[in-house]
Design a protein around this ligand. Structure first.
Ligand code: BG6
Length: 415
C-alpha cells in the first residue's frame, strides 16, 4: 500500500526549472497549477537574498492570494538590518499570518516532548528555576565538515548557520515561561521574552564568553579529512568559524545566576544533539561518595541520534554498605511508540499547510535573535582574526573547555 501511495504522490510532482529573478518566468509557473489556489504553500529553500525577487515574481503573475502561505528558510538576512529589510519587503506581499519562518530544530520530536514534559508534569516545572538548577548545556555537534556547501557557508559561518537560530530556539523552548495556551502567539510571546532577557554580550565580554573555532585537518568517521581552509571553495585565508561555544545568561527571576552553555560545530567527535539540565547538588550527603558529581541529578533531552529523555538519579549499589551510584530513568519514545517518528521537515511543512504557526518564528522573534547576535558578529569583523583552530574529530578548541573550567564545570560527554 505504501508504494501505491508513493506512486500516486510522485505522479503529482512536477519540476520546473526557471530563473527566479526573471519576472516573466512566473507565467510558466502559473500554467503548471491546475486549479485556483485553495491551499498553496511556497517554500523558499533558497538564500534569503532571493525572497524579494520571488515575492515580486509571484505577485506579478497573480500567484499570491489571501490563502497563500510562504515558508522562509533560515538564516533570514545576515544581521539585524538585513533581516528587518527582508521582513519588511516580504510583508508587502504576505500578511504575518501567511509567513512561516522555519527552524527545523523545532520540528524535532524531542523538542516538542520537552514542552510536554515541562508543561504536563508538575514534577519538573516546580524545579525549573535558579533554586534547583545549577546550569544547562545545549550541544549540537556534527561530524560532517562543510561538504559541498562552501559557497553558502563561507559567508555564513556557525554563528549565522546554527547559533542565531537553532541553538537560540532550543534555549527559548528550555527557558520560556509556561504559555497560557498552546497557541502560536501565546508560545511565541514567551519565546520573545526569553530573547529580550538575554544578557547582552558586547565589547570585552565577548572574548570572555564566546569562543569561535575553525577545524584543522584530522580524522572523521575513521578517515583523514582536510582542514576547513583546504576544503573546495573555501578561501585559503578564510576567517569563517566552524565552531562556537558561548556562556549565555538570562536576566530574569527564573534564571538569574544559571548559565546556559551553548556549543555547536562541524567536524566534531560525533553527531549528536542534547539539552542537559544539571540540577544543583544536594546540600549535605550522608553517604560515602566516590565521585561528588554522581550526586547531582541531570535531565537529558537527546534530540539525535537515538532520541529520548533520561533522568539521571542516584541509587544504592547492590551489596554491603550504602554506596551510591548514578542510574538512568529512561523515556525512550521508540520503545513504546507504534508509529514512525516523523522527520522534522515533514512535521513542520504539514503544520504550515494546516495553518499552525506554533513551531515557526514570528517577525519580532527573528529580530530579537539578531539584535543579540549582532554585536558579536561586528566584534569579530573588526578583530579580523582567524578563529582558534581545532583538530577535526575533537570536541573543539581548548578555549571551549576553558570556558567551563573557569566556572569549575565540564562539558557533558555525549552519551
Ligand atoms: C542546517 C545547517 O540548518 O542544519 C547545516 O544549515 C547543518 O549546516 C544542519 O548541517 C544540521 O541539521 P540536522 O537536523 O542534521 O542536525
Amino acid at each position: 500500500l505504501e508504494l501505491e501511495v508513493l506512486d500516486a504522490f510522485i505522479a503529482k510532482v512536477q519540476c520546473l526549472t526557471m530563473d527566479v529573478t526573471d519576472e516573466g518566468a512566473y507565467k510558466a509557473l502559473r500554467k503548471t497549477f491546475s486549479q485556483e489556489d485553495s491551499n498553496r504553500l511556497y517554500y523558499m529553500a533558497t538564500g534569503s537574498d532571493l525572497y524579494t525577487p520571488v515575492c515580486r515574481g509571484l505577485h506579478s503573475a497573480g500567484l499570491i492570494t489571501p490563502q497563500s502561505k510562504i515558508v522562509l528558510e533560515k538564516p533570514i538576512g545576515h544581521d539585524l538590518a538585513s533581516a528587518r529589510a527582508i521582513n519588511d519587503t516580504v510583508a508587502e506581499f504576505f500578511k504575518e499570518n501567511q509567513i512561516y519562518r522555519i527552524d527545523h530544530y523545532l520540528g524535532k520530536e524531542t523538542v516538542q516532548n520537552l514542552m510536554v514534559l515541562r508543561f504536563a508534569n508538575s514534577l519538573f516545572e516546580s524545579q525549573w528555576n535558579q533554586h534547583y538548577i545549577d546550569h544547562i548545556q545545549i550541544t549540537i555537534s556534527e561530524s560532517l565538515g562543510v561538504e559541498k556547501r562552501a559557497g553558502f557557508y563561507e559567508h555564513v559561518g556557525a554563528m549565522r548557520d546554527m547559533f542565531q537560530n537553532h541553538l537560540l530556539q532550543l534555549l527559548c523552548i528550555t527557558a520560556m515561561e509556561p504559555p497560557a495556551r498552546l497557541e502560536p502567539d501565546a508560545v511565541r510571546d514567551e519565546k520573545v521574552k526569553v530573547l529580550r532577557a538575554l544578557k547582552p554580550i558586547t565589547g570585552n565580554l565577548i572574548s570572555d564568553n564566546v569562543v569561535r573555532g575553525q577545524y584543522d585537518a584530522g580524522v572523521a568517521d575513521g578517515k583523514a579529512v582536510p582542514r576547513y581552509r583546504d576544503e573546495p571553495g573555501v578561501h585559503p585565508k578564510s576567517q569563517t568559524e566552524t565552531f562556537i561555544a558561548a556562556k549565555v545568561e538570562i536576566d530574569n527571576w527564573r534564571w538569574a545566576g544559571v548559565p546556559f552553555y551553548l556549543r555547536t560545530g562541524k567536524r566534531l567527535a560525533e553527531r549528536a544533539c542534547e539539552i542537559v539540565v544539571h540540577f544543583k547538588e544536594i546540600p549535605h550527603s550522608i553517604f560515602p561518595l566516590q565521585h561528588k558529581n554522581t550526586m547531582a541529578n541531570k535531565l537529558i533531552f537527546r534530540l539525535q541520534p537515538d532520541e529520548g529523555v533520561r533522568l539521571m538519579l542516584c541509587e544504592k549499589r547492590v551489596g554491603p554498605g550504602m554506596n551510591v551510584r548514578p542510574m538512568n530513568l529512561s523515556l525512550n519514545p521508540s520503545n513504546h511508540r507504534q508509529t514512525r517518528v516523523p522527520e522534522a521537515y515533514e512535521r513542520l511543512l504539514f503544520d504550515a499547510l494546516s495553518g499552525n504557526a506554533t513551531l515557526f518564528l514570528r517577525n519580532d522573534e527573528l529580530l530579537e535573535a539578531w539584535r543579540w547576535v549582532d554585536p558579536i558578529l561586528s566584534y569579530w569583523t573588526e578583530l579580523d582574526q582567524r578563529p582558534e583552530p581545532y583538530t577535526a574529530g575533537s570536541w573543539g578548541p581548548a578555549a571551549a573547555t576553558l570556558l567551563l573550567a573557569k566556572d569549575g564545570r565540564l562539558w557533558d560527554e555525549n552519551s
